[in-house]
Design a protein around this ligand. Structure first.
Ligand SMILES: Nc1ncnc2c1ncn2[C@@H]1O[C@H](COP(=O)(O)OP(=O)(O)O)[C@@H](O)[C@H]1O
Ligand SMILES: O=P(O)(O)OC[C@H]1O[C@](O)(COP(=O)(O)O)[C@@H](O)[C@@H]1O
Ligand SMILES: [Mg+2]
Length: 587
């Protein structure tokens, strides 16, 4: 018998899910061997745990599904691991409760796993339910099937092999037969936090309209100025009438802010105002804040649904296909790139440099480059580069100028930060939310290029630097983002009315889903430079990879190891590799 050991460096809910998948796979391939899987850390967690597993009978009809004995928490003492859930420094001490709810992981046959979301009835017994008012809604009466089947779920990965386990799934969003709120009882609140993103107003509008028109909810409050607005600012009554044309405007009619998340004060305010549905629109920081609010609400036993709606122009939120506003931002970035191209083309040895947003994730720069085709070099935070010497950026610029007479460089704001800090001394400053304030890499690189070619005195260059940063996020959303925002908002409302809570409403493989907060906050989404998408970009620009082949292999190996250790595979090949390795060991 082969004994398999699998040690997780850091135990998180993902580790458990992966263990379940591996166990199911090994069991299906080699039933006699499955007991040999040695759950090193799990064993101690399971045996130490005294609380029963969460079984959510009202939401699961299939008897083949079972809630595993997975009373895992994010740390052995039941609190979140702060290293994987960093809080902004100045706020960390102010957070109210310890984050201690348990992920609801349900397993089925053939390696099926449902990473379910919390429900109000998990912690409030005997909640009454009501017929969904949509049943009498003329708009819905033409639909054959009004309601989402209770067992509908959406797979996290859709590329599978013949023998792959069915894998992780998320609960499919949509209206349910029974709702947990009466229309008159609902006092909803909407808040927008963090940086701007195209589509914020569309989401606000559609939340208000969905609540009013689909569920007859008449009390909707807008919280002004982000999280701190709960306790330090005014509120605004929102009606379909006063939000009617806000989707045509950029920004957020509610205002937004960074910092100011004090969980207990926010939940006090929710309680004082009698709010029982909170819709929180924001990025990774905001979703962490929403998770903290959910935990505190749950700890106090309040019948309040906490719903996150993911907003991120950087596209740095994991699991979801992409954030609303991303397409609009990429489209707007084309205008800056076009301008840079026209300028560069019009001068001898013209260089256009465009800086785009992307603190830690270079998605906007990557997609804007792929869309434009005028870009000769795209620099992102995930792909280190160097300036001097063979294969460096200066070399490439010289070659391109000699061949084409002009070039366009797109650089994400977080790219090359290590190089900038080598040459510019600066204090390690943060914004109010604890995000690191970055140096202006666009200005820096423009100056470096100018200095280099002046010193060389070989190619007289003309460089134009364009920084459209705020222009691409302050605009209204385009048509496809408007549709996306509408569906997101409707899904969010259906979920809250059905009593779900502690979830982010998000699109996974084109389907609306409810994703538990911990999956959204556990890591950031990054461009994986060993994935095909980055290779596509490199082949479209013909830029150097800035990695020799040895370096590339090391990068790939390092990336895979890191992802395996973290339990964060962004590429299904990693999972397949890992599983096939276990499979071969098991045989
Ligand atoms: N770990 C955290 N816990 C609680 N609140 C947080 C956390 N991180 C950020 N926040 C709050 O979320 C809000 C938005 O965060 P920020 O990082 O500025 O933007 P984004 O949500 O777009 O990433 C801020 O009010 C901030 O205080
Ligand atoms: O100047 P601000 O408002 O802090 O915004 C700048 C930041 O906002 C972003 O666009 C998005 O950040 P968030 O998603 O965290 O709000 C970053 O790319 C950028 O660094
Ligand atoms: Mg953020």
């Amino acid at each position: 018998m082969t004994k398999i050991s699998f040690q997780f460096n850091r135990l998180n809910p993902r580790s458990t899910v992966r263990l379940l998948l591996l166990k199911d796979l090994v069991h299906s391939l080699h039933p006699s061997n499955s007991n040999s899987i040695n759950y090193i850390k799990m064993e101690s967690i399971i045996s130490n745990s005294s609380s029963p597993p969460i079984v959510n009978n009202h939401t699961l009809s299939s008897s083949s599904l079972k809630t595993n004995n997975n009373n895992h928490t994010n740390g052995s003492n039941g609190s979140f691991d702060p290293s994987s859930h960093p809080a902004p420094k100045e706020e960390a001490g102010k957070m109210g409760s310890s984050l201690n709810s348990k992920p609801k992981v349900v397993s089925g046959t053939a390696g099926y796993v449902l990473e379910d979301v919390p429900h109000l009835s998990d912690y409030i017994p005997n909640l009454p339910t009501y017929t969904n008012p949509l049943q009498d809604n003329p708009a819905y009466s033409v639909v054959k099937q009004y309601f989402v089947h209770v067992d509908d779920s959406v797979p996290e990965r859709i590329t599978v092999h013949k023998d792959s386990p069915r894998g992780v799934h998320f609960r499919r969003a949509g209206p349910r037969q029974r709702v947990y709120f009466e229309s008159d009882e609902v006092q909803a609140a909407i808040v927008t936090c963090g940086g701007l993103c195209p589509g914020l107003n569309t989401v606000i509008r559609e939340l208000v309209c969905s609540l009013y028109h689909m569920y007859g909810v008449k009390k909707v409050l807008g919280i002004e100025g982000g999280y701190k607005g709960f306790y330090a600012r005014n509120t605004k009554t929102l009606t379909p009438k006063n939000v009617n044309d806000i989707h045509k405007r950029g920004g957020t009619i509610l205002g937004t802010s960074r910092g100011g998340h004090v969980t207990t004060k926010i939940v006090d305010s929710i309680q004082d105002r009698g709010i029982n549905q909170v819709y929180i629109i924001g990025g990774d920081g905001t979703q962490r804040g929403a998770s903290a609010i959910f935990e505190e609400v749950r700890r106090r036993g309040l019948k309040v649904a906490i719903v996150g709606i993911p907003k991120t122009i950087d596209n740095d939120i994991p699991v979801i296909d992409k954030s609303f506003g991303f397409d609009t931002a990429v489209e707007e970035a084309q205008r800056a790139i076009n301008a840079a191209h026209v300028e560069a083309e019009s001068f001898e040895n013209g260089i256009g440099v465009v800086k785009l947003m992307g603190r830690y994730s270079g998605f906007i720069a990557m997609y804007a480059t792929l869309a434009s085709r005028d870009v000769d070099c795209c620099l992102i935070p995930e792909s280190p580069f160097y300036l001097e010497g063979p294969g460096g950026l200066f070399d490439y610029i010289e070659k391109t100028l000699k061949e084409n007479g002009h070039m366009v460089i797109v650089i994400a704001e977080g790219a090359g930060q290590e190089l900038v800090s080598e040459s510019i001394q600066s204090e390690n400053t943060q914004d109010a939310s604890g995000n690191k304030l970055l140096q202006d890499v666009g200005l820096w690189i423009s100056q470096k290029i100018k200095d280099h070619f002046t010193k060389q005195n070989t190619l007289p260059i003309t460089l134009k630097y364009i920084d459209p940063t705020y222009m691409i996020r302050a605009i209204p959303s385009n048509a496809s983002d408007n549709v996306y925002c509408t569906l997101l908002a409707q899904s969010a409302v259906h979920g809250a009315m059905a009593g779900y809570t502690g979830y982010t409403s998000g699109l996974v493989h084109g389907r609306q889903t409810y994703i538990p907060f911990y999956r959204i906050t556990e890591r950031q989404n990054h461009v994986v430079i060993t994935d095909r998408m980055w290779a596509r970009l490199l082949s479209s620009t013909n830029q150097p990879s800035f990695l020799n082949s040895k370096g590339a292999n090391e990068e790939k190996k390092g990336e895979e190891l890191k992802q395996l250790a973290d339990g964060n595979c962004s590429d299904e090949t990693l999972v397949n590799k890992e599983i096939s390795c276990i499979y071969h060991n098991a045989l």
